[in-house]
Design a protein around this ligand. Structure first.
Ligand code: UD1
Length: 346
């Protein structure tokens, strides 16, 4: 058995897939989640895939006394992966204080408590949103591209969290950190035991698309076809969530087993390929044989025109690269949607 890892937000979409990969690699996982945007049944899915049920504590990490108690109950935690955060861009514009409080207090509490318990490293979930719309010479985006003013309170919390971690490490904190900037995670575990479960009307493209393909939504709105891209729709870098999850296991091993001298490192996690919204719809139809009714509508406020990763730094330094094809990734998203229907959830 390897070290014990706290996965904060471990019943969420990326957290659950990362828990599976950690357990498969031999780590012992403790999940803390307040279940504000996830379901306790996710633990059943994790157990079905790995044969092991992670320890679980239902807790809002803004509760510092509660967090202290949780760490006292597991004083052998060696690493933390922080997913727990609010993540809806639009909602963050409506409720900025909620986003600043949730996303910043959680980090402050964990950083405060880590030294007392000898926690040696923290992996932080950041986002390509910190780059805003990169200037053409920075596409594909490397980690050295300029950080642009955030377009939303959500994006701002990611920038502020990165700064908080950097300042804390520079001040001599006795732990390491790896910041992972995700591009667009999609898809689900190939078993379809876990996946993305948005509450209410999905804001992100793939859940909206699969719900439309299922007939739950009449049609998908494509937000704009007049961008400066080959087909006029926005371009993103869509990465299979399992590929993304695996990078966390490598990052944790790197910090805890002294495979790096650096106290803080930053990596882009993407495929390196940009795909437009229209290309994605057609790729989904080709991968599944299911038609997706869609219409072109106006641009969505705050959208970035085009962004995709240069993942060479992660490829070389972490020895990590994406393995899943876009076809398999989209097929996994569809298999998950079918499973939700089978289970009567959606
Ligand atoms: C956004 C954030 C990202 C955040 C993620 C999590 C920015 C720039 N990006 O990603 O940081 O981590 O949300 O929620 O703030 N689209 C449609 N129709 C739809 C939905 C989406 O055409 O119904 C298009 C969008 O215009 C965009 C693409 O699909 O071009 C992807 O959108 P989405 O899945 O919402 O992700 P991002 O906006 O890229």
């Amino acid at each position: 058995m390897k070290q014990k890892i706290l996965v904060a937000g471990g019943t969420g979409y990326i957290g659950s897939h990362t828990t599976v990969e950690l357990q498969n690699a031999g780590y012992e996982v403790v999940i803390i989640d307040d279940l504000s945007n996830s379901n306790i049944e996710v633990l059943d899915g994790i157990e079905k895939i790995t044969g092991k049920r992670p320890a679980f504590i239902q807790l809002d990490l803004k509760d510092k006394a509660g967090t202290l108690k949780a760490l006292q109950a597991h004083p052998d935690i060696k690493g933390i992966i922080l997913f727990a955060a609010s993540k809806a861009v639009g909602e963050s514009v409506q409720k900025p204080l909620l986003y600043y409080r949730n996303n910043i207090e959680t980090l402050l509490n964990l950083l405060d408590l880590m030294p007392e318990f000898g926690v040696e490293g923290i992996v932080f979930s950041s986002s390509c949103t910190v780059y805003g719309q990169p200037d053409p010479e920075y596409l594909p985006v490397t980690e050295n591209a300029p950080i642009k003013p955030a377009m939303s309170p959500y994006g701002n919390t990611k920038q502020i969290n990165e700064e908080i971690i950097r300042d804390t490490i520079h001040a001599g904190a006795p732990f390491k950190s790896i910041i992972l900037r995700y591009f667009n995670p999609i898809g689900a575990h190939p078993s379809a035991e876990i996946g993305e479960l948005p509450l209410g009307v999905p804001q992100n493209l793939i859940p909206y698309l699969t719900q439309t393909a299922m007939g739950i939504r009449p049609e998908l709105s494509v937000f704009g076809d007049d961008y400066d891209t080959p087909d006029g729709s926005c371009i993103r870098d869509y990465i299979h969530v399992v590929d993304l999850a695996k990078a966390h296991v490598i990052a944790m091993d790197r910090m805890l087993n002294n495979k790096t001298e650096e106290n803080i490192e930053i990596f882009n996690l993407g495929t390196g390929t940009g795909v437009s919204v229209l290309e994605l719809i057609h790729a989904f139809e080709a991968a599944t044989g299911v038609e997706v009714p869609y219409k072109i509508v106006g641009r969505r406020e705050g959208d970035i025109e085009k962004v995709w990763a240069n993942p060479e730094h992660a490829n070389k330094v972490l020895g990590w690269k994406t393995e899943e094809s876009l076809t398999d990734t989209l097929a996994s998203a569809w298999k998950w949607q079918l499973k939700l229907r089978e289970r009567g959830i959606m």
